[in-house]
Ligand binder design. Structure first.
Ligand code: MGD
Ligand code: MGD
Ligand code: SF4
Ligand code: MO
Length: 729
């Protein structure tokens, strides 16, 4: 780690974190003040420290990774990275990384390993997969995948016969939001969210904690909006960074947002402040909608949400006064209470009343880029159905795989047994609700393969661990993005892998060979594959390698630019009343129902993000670890005083099911409601091989033992647990 200094990174990053929302951050961190002379190469690639996928430029000095900065050509970074992106250098040098393939010796979960060669590891995996196929059929192997490197695993496994694959990015993250918008507008939201924050006059954030949720260009635009003095309205039980920039902060009781949203809708209708022309031209079932929500009065919502009626009214009038340049942000991780599709649909409808769809300063209609396919094989037909979605009649509106459905089938053997898990780049022990159910499912497996960069908790349960390179050391599939402009971005290796780690595509290709389906990866290496795609599309490969990004020509994204609005719903209109939902027995218009409250002496546990970390993947990163070595539990200061707990004292958290957390420091603060506690998700690692992060802070995932599942599309809740604080002896 001699090529960068930790202290300098720390001081500069800390300075930038303090100004996350209102200011800007620089990226020339992690460098010695006076670098020794040497040959410096600058190589563009895109970041995988989170899923915003910013284009960056890696600087390699004398063959060693030196720093990673934003690529000015790239629309996700605009030339600047967030602290985690800058800290990617630390991921390459992370001393806790997996170094070579490992096979389990002894009992599952006991974390005893022998190092083996790639041939032996992949031979074992292929042999077990074929055995499962012979006994149960290929559908009995499932893939959990998250992150960009998954592409060729999915391809190889689908060619082999896998039909169930799912990422925690759906049922544990944005799925309910996308389905809520799909049912309303005929299109999901997608990533990056097409919010024209750059031009908005009023931004409403329900939860979405921009500035802590550090999605780079979105936070840059938020900072610009704050500088322009756009109105910000924040609905959050916690005084978030975003709330500190807000004109109105509504500290709602957690779980009551739908009451607020429907009362806002009702008020806009009753006061005639909604966009009548938009509704007349594009609305479906508006009269039935108006009838359905008329009981959702401001006074009723005020009581449910525990905020004043005056605040609710003032916020609604503020939103209406700026329309159509008002955005009610769709959010991203919306899986809070198990009824989140309807809350997201409520947000979609509130936006529709504001008439902001396809409007400047509202929700724009994202455009893509067309890049030629390489021309890979088609996948075989199957006798069996996937485990969920319309064809299985389980969660009828699920349009992607559900992680927990795979887990359920693994436990019950129904509708058919799942006997093999292939886990790529996801730490299921933290990301899924109920660790106990995950462990129960694992006991039923004949094969558990984990492809990882780190010895995560999930890897700890594996039969075979396959060490992936990090993104700075490999090629991946071409990124084709939707946004104000479509764009394509290249991921290419910047430095060599330090040990015997192999790139994801190489592992997939070798596995295909072992499975006897090598022809599904008909290229020598990924460079060959990418070059074919780029040149077939009429672009220069050398130019892309040098610049990192191809921008598509601009097409209209708003009505102001000449866009004609279309809605791919059954009615061809914006569905204020959803016949689709009604046909499946769900509420056609979102209806608020109460959630259970915290029992006396305990508090609702809610989670979120810290600017310098991503989920459970960055805690051992030497640069990011120094920024924030452990998480804290936010407790209202008056509550803490009442319980005799001092600020920064360690406590243990005990939830309603008796699950005990690791020790965690209390942050006693007025910035949170008295009935609620908050912590950043991803800490409290329990795998000893993650030396730097082992038992540092508490795991929100572990405390998420009790959850509800959204019957519409299968999202699992995260905020349905209650904890009490146990003082250390
Ligand atoms: N630095 C950093 N940035 C990230 C990530 C990361 O790991 N690190 N992850 C990225 C990913 S994948 C995602 S999905 C996004 C998630 O980021 P967001 O989509 O912003 O996630 P939320 O769940 O909306 O945010 C949690 C916020 O909601 C508040 N909250 C909790 N319960 C309630 C409630 O009942 N009502 C209301 N109104 N508010 C509530 C919390 O106090 C907190 O401020 O962040 C992305 N950005
Ligand atoms: N309690 C609780 N649960 C949550 C959330 C929450 O806020 N609270 N948030 C939810 C959300 S929004 C999301 S998106 C999910 C995120 O869930 P996950 O995607 O599971 O997130 P991580 O914890 O980052 O786990 C990713 C794993 O991939 C590994 N990894 C990183 N890069 C690579 C790579 O290049 N190759 C390979 N092979 N492995 C890699 C990391 O070491 C890490 O162990 O969690 C969800 N679960
Ligand atoms: S937002 Fe940060 S961590 Fe995420 S891709 Fe961009 S630079 Fe990387
Ligand atoms: Mo997410």
């Amino acid at each position: 780690m001699s090529s960068f200094t930790r202290r300098r990174f720390l001081s500069l990053s800390a300075a930038t974190l303090g100004t996350t929302a209102a200011g800007t951050w620089t990226t020339t961190l992690a460098v010695d003040a006076t670098p020794a002379p040497g040959e410096v190469k600058e190589i563009p690639t895109f970041c995988e420290m989170c899923f915003w996928r910013c284009g960056g430029i890696a600087h390699v000095r004398d063959g060693k990774l030196w720093k990673f900065e934003g690529n000015p050509r790239d629309p996700q970074s605009n030339g600047r990275l967030c602290p985690r992106g800058t800290g990617a250098v630390g991921a390459h040098y992370d001393p806790d990384r997996l170094r070579q393939p490992l096979m389990r010796v002894g009992e599952r979960g006991k974390e005893q390993w022998k190092a083996v060669g790639w041939d032996e590891a992949l031979g074992f995996v292929a042999e077990r997969m074929n055995r499962i196929k012979a006994e149960h059929g290929p559908e009995s192997v499932a893939l959990f995948n998250h992150g960009f490197g998954q592409r060729f695993f999915q391809h190889v496994l689908k060619t082999w016969g896998v039909i169930n694959y799912a990422g925690s990015s759906y049922a544990q993250c944005r799925g309910a939001r996308d389905v809520g918008f799909l049912l309303t507008y005929g299109a999901g939201v997608g990533s990056p969210e097409p919010t024209d924050i750059r031009n908005t006059d009023c931004l409403v954030l329900v939860g979405s904690h921009l500035g802590e949720n550090m999605h780079n260009s979105q936070v840059q635009e938020f900072a610009q909006a704050v500088e322009r003095r756009a109105s910000v309205i924040v609905v959050d039980p916690r005084f978030s960074v975003a709330a500190s920039k807000a004109k109105y902060w509504l500290p709602v009781k957690p779980g009551t947002d739908l009451a607020l949203i429907m009362a806002w809708c009702n008020l806009l209708v009753q006061e005639g402040r909604y966009d009548k022309a938009f509704v007349a031209q594009h609305g479906h079932g508006f009269d039935k909608f108006v009838e359905a929500i008329k009981g959702n009065t401001v006074e009723w919502a005020a009581e449910q949400c525990d905020v004043s009626p005056e605040l609710i009214v003032a916020a609604a009038r503020e939103m209406a006064s700026h329309r159509p340049a008002t955005i009610v942000h769709p959010g991203r991780r919306v899986n809070w209470y198990g009824d989140d599709t309807q809350r997201s649909r409520g947000i979609a409808l509130l936006n529709a009343l504001l008439g902001n769809y396809g409007r400047k300063g509202g929700l724009y209609v994202a455009q893509g880029i067309s890049m030629a396919p390489y021309g890979l094989n088609k996948y075989p037909e199957h006798a069996r159905h996937r485990l969920d979605g319309a064809e299985a009649d389980r969660y009828p509106f699920a349009d992607e795989g559900i992680t927990t459905s795979i887990r359920d089938a693994t436990v019950s053997g129904k509708p058919y047994p799942i006997k093999g898990w292939f886990v790529y780049s996801t730490n299921l022990m933290q990301a899924l609700p109920s660790e106990a159910e995950t462990i129960k499912a694992i006991q039923n497996l004949d094969l558990l393969v984990v492809c990882e960069t780190m010895p995560s908790e999930m890897a700890g349960w594996a039969d075979v661990i396959l060490p992936d390179t990090i993104f700075l050391e490999r090629h991946d599939e071409l990124l084709t993005g939707f946004g104000r402009n479509g764009w394509a971005a290249l991921r290419q290796p910047v430095v060599a892998a330090p040990h015997d780690q192999k790139p994801a595509w190489w592992i997939a290709k070798e596995l295909a060979n072992k499975l006897g389906i090598g022809e599904c990866m008909p290229f020598k290496d990924l460079e060959e594959y990418l070059k074919v795609r780029v040149e077939k599309s009429g672009h220069s490969w050398d130019k892309l390698k040098a610049e990192g990004v191809i921008m598509a020509p601009h097409k209209p994204i708003t009505v102001e630019e000449g866009l004609a609005l279309e809605f791919a719903t059954p009615s061809g209109k914006v569905e204020f009343w959803s016949d689709q939902l009604a046909a499946k027995g769900f509420d056609a218009v979102p209806k608020y129902t109460k959630h259970p409250e915290a029992p006396p002496g305990s508090f609702r546990l809610i989670t979120g993000r810290a600017p310098g970390h991503t989920f459970s993947r960055t805690q051992t990163n030497p640069l990011l670890h120094d920024l924030m070595p452990e998480n804290e539990i936010w407790v209202n200061a008056a509550t803490a005083a009442r319980l005799g707990i001092r600020n920064r004292e360690y406590v243990t958290l005990k939830n309603q099911d008796g699950v005990l957390s690791n020790r965690v420091r209390v942050k006693a603060t007025q910035r949170i409601r008295e009935d609620t506690v908050y912590m950043v998700y991803g800490f409290g690692h329990s795998n000893k091989l993650m030396k730097t992060a082992y038992l540092m802070g508490a795991s929100a995932g572990q405390l998420n033992s009790s959850y509800r599942t959204d019957p519409i599309m299968g999202a699992t809740s995260i905020h349905t647990n209650f904890v009490s604080l146990v003082k250390e002896a």
